[in-house]
Ligand binder design. Structure first.
Ligand SMILES: *[C@@H]1O[C@H](CO)[C@@H](O)[C@H](O)[C@H]1NC(C)=O
Ligand SMILES: *[C@@H]1O[C@H](CO)[C@@H](O)[C@H](O)[C@H]1NC(C)=O
Ligand SMILES: *[C@@H]1O[C@H](CO)[C@@H](O)[C@H](O)[C@H]1NC(C)=O
Ligand SMILES: *[C@@H]1O[C@H](CO)[C@@H](O)[C@H](O)[C@H]1NC(C)=O
Ligand SMILES: *[C@@H]1O[C@H](CO)[C@@H](O)[C@H](O)[C@H]1NC(C)=O
Ligand SMILES: *[C@@H]1O[C@H](CO)[C@@H](O)[C@H](O)[C@H]1NC(C)=O
Ligand SMILES: *[C@@H]1O[C@H](CO)[C@@H](O)[C@H](O)[C@H]1NC(C)=O
Ligand SMILES: *[C@@H]1O[C@H](CO)[C@@H](O)[C@H](O)[C@H]1NC(C)=O
Ligand SMILES: *[C@@H]1O[C@H](CO)[C@@H](O)[C@H](O)[C@H]1NC(C)=O
Ligand SMILES: *[C@@H]1O[C@H](CO)[C@@H](O)[C@H](O)[C@H]1NC(C)=O
Ligand SMILES: *[C@@H]1O[C@H](CO)[C@@H](O)[C@H](O)[C@H]1NC(C)=O
Ligand SMILES: CC(=O)N[C@H]1CO[C@H](CO)[C@@H](O)[C@@H]1O
Length: 832
């Protein structure tokens, strides 16, 4: 799912014929708004302001039924796809000669309704409209909204009622607590928009997965979300350029997928075809013909559970199904006929399943072990556990006889299985390691047959690829490595190290940074200086050099290296490599051309470049990055030093959170942690953290709130001297908000460019984030929803920081007594 793929999808990149339909001769009304006195009749359309989407009547080819729908305007008619249908279950009949023209109007009750020729109501928005003045608008995102023009509130929107198509900007998913479900449902046939056999949505597993169901049976499964991608989708991009994000709250049973289109010159949409295939189509202004960029299921192995329990599917072998090691077909006859649904059964009973009293008599018994299977689509019906590392996961599995397999996945942690292993696939590129529990004798057999086993795998796997590509010498080396790996696997050694992270030679870094010349120095961070560099291949990088004399820095360095190498998100700065040579410890990051956010925001001339659209984009990016750290990465990282100068900007002004030196990982159950060393930056520290050293995700939420208010006002919280009555920006903001004057807070350089309602929303969210009590602050997942305008906002309470007795200065003096803070050492890197 996404834009960048590792495999070129050339074979899919041809224009496809979509639903052909007819629109009666057009005399367009060419407006994006429908008011109470207007109507849309057959032949008239509503067109979004940017000419991107169009709403009107259409008749599918080969059909005599008429519908009202939305389609992308600038795609040629023959390739058009109707992305939303209002009356998919109640079509208008066009053959009836006695009926007059049908109309789409806003009724007396303020609802949008569709009337047939006999004045019967065929479809209606059915919401309560308080005022007597509502209007309907079609946005450039393809969202049809019913707006109360008195209060300005959106009362109804088509994005909340998806049909078979998912458009960027929409949220699909579910909230079990609220009983809400927004899933895609296919058309019955190409010519019939009524709901068909297939539905695409999410399960409430932890972590959640996406499914396509055929009726009530699973038909395709994405595998769990690891914080950046669905790991069972072989070609899903992990680089976050896909624009997808999954926001989930396992307690509430809510899962929502969001999709952001980063390239506005392209139209993208995902839809579920009548035969149950999920496709992402991409079209753009120039080419216009949309083409399929991604689809699922792609082959037979993608179909849910083709090989039955304990069977594994491989698209590159014939037959596709095989039993897992140590298993045999449950019915050999059926299996050879190609009826694999029965699956496989275990050959040798596990030790833990054996009758222990008979065992005692037989004497020596060897314990069960694990067999490693690489590049797998992990099975369904997993159970998620928190485990520090892979060995903890293994220990748990070994200690529970019903555990048949485990996997330890970066971004998820420990997953265990009991019962039958369903829907396993052998991938050729991506995939994860699955550790399958087998009896000692099954593992032992392989010791004897190992020679045979190796030559077999090398002939089929390594020989074909390896020999051609690397030649004979490399091939031998490969064999040696493979044998080495196999021995390791057998001993159940599984090193969760940072081997994915490239090690860069110190000499290369010397060359890249001109021997750490002062002209290349970008700034001084908490742990040492940061240099700009250029690697051999021309890539620009930022090199952070750990100060040799910093005793505590070494721990932080290790912490950062392990953390950052595991954390990947488009709104986090990426670690490209590291170097540890003797005394030297260095981190190599991607270089951010536009330096840090404070170089814009607090600069008299450059701040003008940050109009509201850019600021809001940055705010949303930071929120997404922080949400990833807190929840989606499954590591539960608390940044602890979020501030404007720790936000870096790339070429396109996308924000990237930097500096994880202070971050800590948490057990999922741990709510608050106590720390002896309070670190952070004044003005951004929550009261409970600064004064008592207590920190939780909500401390980051506090910092985010401060940052949000700084973005709106363009004023530093700490340097706030606006009025002697107000001791900080936060107090000032609350005062203005309370008096209904919050618009005075807005940075004057963007007053003209901003959407006041959006800015006001941000002020309110900012104030909610800086509430005194931890429980009053929203979580980042709620903040993300609040920012996307998806929920109503509560009213913030007065925070104590606006009461003069508890000023920043007091806080500082109090803090100096209990904690050793050196503010200078923490003013971190200004621009890399
Ligand atoms: C219309 O229906 C006929 C007969 O059912 C079929 O042959 C033809 O392919 C259909 N056309 C389209 C565009 O679906
Ligand atoms: C729909 O609009 C047309 C033209 O504006 C009008 O003649 C017709 O009576 C309307 N039909 C209904 C059912 O209101
Ligand atoms: C409108 O909503 C109300 C309450 O939710 C429901 O009772 C009624 O049947 C709905 N009407 C239509 C036409 O769907
Ligand atoms: C709405 O109601 C107000 C007062 O009740 C009235 O003055 C106004 O004309 C009405 N507007 C519409 C569009 O019906
Ligand atoms: C889910 O619904 C519950 C109850 O209505 C609500 O409190 C919660 O905020 C919802 N969660 C999301 C993510 O929408
Ligand atoms: C979908 O389910 C129906 C009813 O169980 C079945 O007949 C059909 O073959 C299934 N489709 C696919 C593609 O498996
Ligand atoms: C955006 O889409 C256009 C048209 O497909 C393409 O030429 C351009 O490279 C894309 N830009 C980015 C940043 O991906
Ligand atoms: C699966 O195998 C079929 C037949 O060997 C091949 O045509 C197809 O390209 C393969 N699909 C993938 C995704 O590898
Ligand atoms: C276990 O073995 C003992 C002796 O062989 C036998 O008496 C007992 O019934 C067995 N228990 C089970 C649960 O099979
Ligand atoms: C063993 O695992 C099963 C299935 O996950 C679980 O129901 C059971 O409680 C576990 N037993 C123990 C002792 O943890
Ligand atoms: C870096 O230092 C080495 C040895 O001190 C020297 O040979 C080399 O020329 C220097 N390189 C640059 C770019 O200054
Ligand atoms: C707003 C702004 O200054 N953006 C700059 C970011 O960096 C790129 C590359 O240096 C410039 O082209 C942009 O103008």
């Amino acid at each position: 799912m996404g834009i960048q793929y590792r495999i070129p999808f050339c074979f899919l990149s041809f224009p496809v014929l979509l639903i052909v339909f007819t629109i009666p001769s057009q005399h367009c009304s060419a407006t994006d708004t429908l008011t109470q006195s207007q109507q849309i009749s057959v032949g008239q359309t509503l067109i979004s302001a940017g000419q991107v989407f169009e709403l009107g009547f259409f008749i599918p080819s080969n059909s005599s039924k008429q519908y009202v729908g939305i389609w992308p305007k600038n795609i040629p008619i023959n390739d058009r796809k109707v992305v939303w249908v209002a009356n998919r279950e109640n079509p208008l009949t066009v053959t009836a000669t006695d009926s007059g023209p049908s109309n789409l109007t806003i009724g007396k009750d303020g609802n949008l309704r569709l009337l047939d020729g006999m004045n019967n109501r065929v479809w209606l928005t059915n919401v309560s409209v308080r005022s007597n003045n509502s209007i309907v608008m079609l946005s450039d995102k393809g969202d049809l909204t019913l707006v109360d023009s008195v209060s300005g509130l959106t009362l109804w929107e088509s994005f909340n009622y998806p049909c078979d198509t998912y458009l960027p900007g929409m949220m699909i998913g579910m909230n079990t607590t609220a009983g809400e479900k927004r899933f895609l449902s296919s058309w019955r046939t190409e010519d019939d928009p009524s709901p068909g056999e297939y539905v695409c949505g999410f399960s409430v597993d932890t972590p959640p997965q996406a499914f396509i169901w055929n009726g009530s049976k699973p038909y395709w499964r994405s595998g769990p979300w690891d914080g950046s991608k669905f790991i069972g989708v072989e070609d899903m991009d992990s680089g976050y350029s896909s624009g997808f994000n999954l926001v989930h709250d396992d307690q509430q049973g809510s899962v929502y997928l969001t999709w952001h289109n980063y390239n506005t010159s392209e139209i993208q949409f995902m839809f579920l075809t009548p035969d149950g295939t999920l496709k992402i189509m991409v079209g753009n202004e120039q080419v216009k013909n949309p083409y399929v960029n991604w689809m699922a299921p792609r082959n037979r192995c993608d179909i849910y559970g083709v090989c039955g329990p304990f069977g594994v599917c491989n698209n590159n072998t014939s037959p596709n199904c095989e039993c897992l090691k140590g298993f045999v077909p449950s019915s050999t006859e059926e299996w050879w006929k190609g009826n694999w649904a029965g699956g496989c059964v275990r050959k040798t009973e596990l030790l833990c399943e054996k009758n222990t009293s008979s065992l005692a008599s037989s004497g020596k018994a060897q314990n069960d072990g694990f067999w490693k299977l690489s590049s797998m689509k992990l099975p369904d019906h997993y159970e998620y556990l928190y485990a520090e590392d892979s060995s903890g996961c293994q220990q748990w599995c070994l200690s529970n006889c019903s555990c048949v397999a485990y996997a330890y996945v970066t971004g998820i942690h420990c997953m265990v299985w009991s019962g039958g292993l369903m829907d396993i696939q052998q991938f050729s590129l991506a995939g994860n390691d699955l550790f399958l529990r087998l009896s000692y004798s099954e593992l032992g057999k392989d010791m004897k047959n190992k020679k045979f086993f190796i030559s077999f795998t090398t002939i089929s796997g390594v020989a074909l690829l390896g020999a051609f590509m690397y030649g004979m010498h490399k091939w031998r080396a490969n064999q040696r490595v493979k044998r080495e790996n196999m021995r390791k696997d057998f001993k159940m050694v599984d090193s969760m190290d940072t081997s994915e992270l490239p090690i860069i030679d110190f000499d290369k870094i010397l060359v890249a940074t001109d021997n750490f010349s002062t002209t290349n120095k970008l700034g001084e961070g908490g742990f040492g200086p940061v240099y700009k560099g250029r690697l051999e291949d021309g890539q620009q990088v930022a090199v952070k050099r750990l100060s040799r004399h910093s005793g505590q820095g070494v721990e932080e360095f290790k912490n950062e290296i392990v953390l950052i190498s595991k954390l990947q998100h488009r709104n986090l700065v990426r670690l490209l490599g590291c170097c540890i040579e003797g005394e030297e410890k260095l981190l190599v990051y991607e270089y951010m051309t536009n330096k840090s956010l404070d170089t814009f925001l607090f600069d008299a001339t450059k701040r003008v470049k940050l109009d509201w659209t850019k600021r809001f984009h940055i705010i949303q990016g930071i929120a997404r990055g922080l949400l990833y750290l807190h929840r989606d990465s499954y590591l539960r990282v608390i940044h602890r030093d979020l501030k404007v100068s720790n936000i870096l900007l790339d070429n396109d002004m996308n924000p990237k959170i930097s500096d994880f030196g202070l971050a800590r990982t948490f057990r999922v159950t741990q709510e608050l942690a106590n720390t002896h060393r309070v670190m952070g930056t004044f003005g951004y520290m929550s009261p409970e953290y600064a004064m008592r050293g207590l920190f939780s995700e909500k401390s980051d939420v506090y910092s985010f709130g401060v940052l949000l208010l700084e973005m709106v006002s363009g004023v530093r919280n700490t340097s706030f001297h606006y009025h002697e009555k107000y001791l900080s920006l936060l107090g000032y903001a609350w005062e203005l908000y309370n008096e209904g004057q919050a618009s005075d807070l807005v940075d004057e350089v963007m007053v003209g460019s901003c959407s006041l309602s959006e800015v006001m929303r941000c002020v309110r969210i900012g104030l909610l984030c800086v509430q005194d009590h931890v429980a009053d602050r929203p979580t980042m997942s709620i903040v993300v929803l609040m920012l996307s305008n998806e929920m109503d906002l509560p009213h913030p309470k007065q925070p104590t920081f606006s009461i003069p007795s508890l000023s920043d200065a007091d806080l500082r003096s109090q803090c100096n007594k209990i904690c050793s803070i050196n503010e200078a050492s923490l003013s971190i890197i200004e621009g890399r």
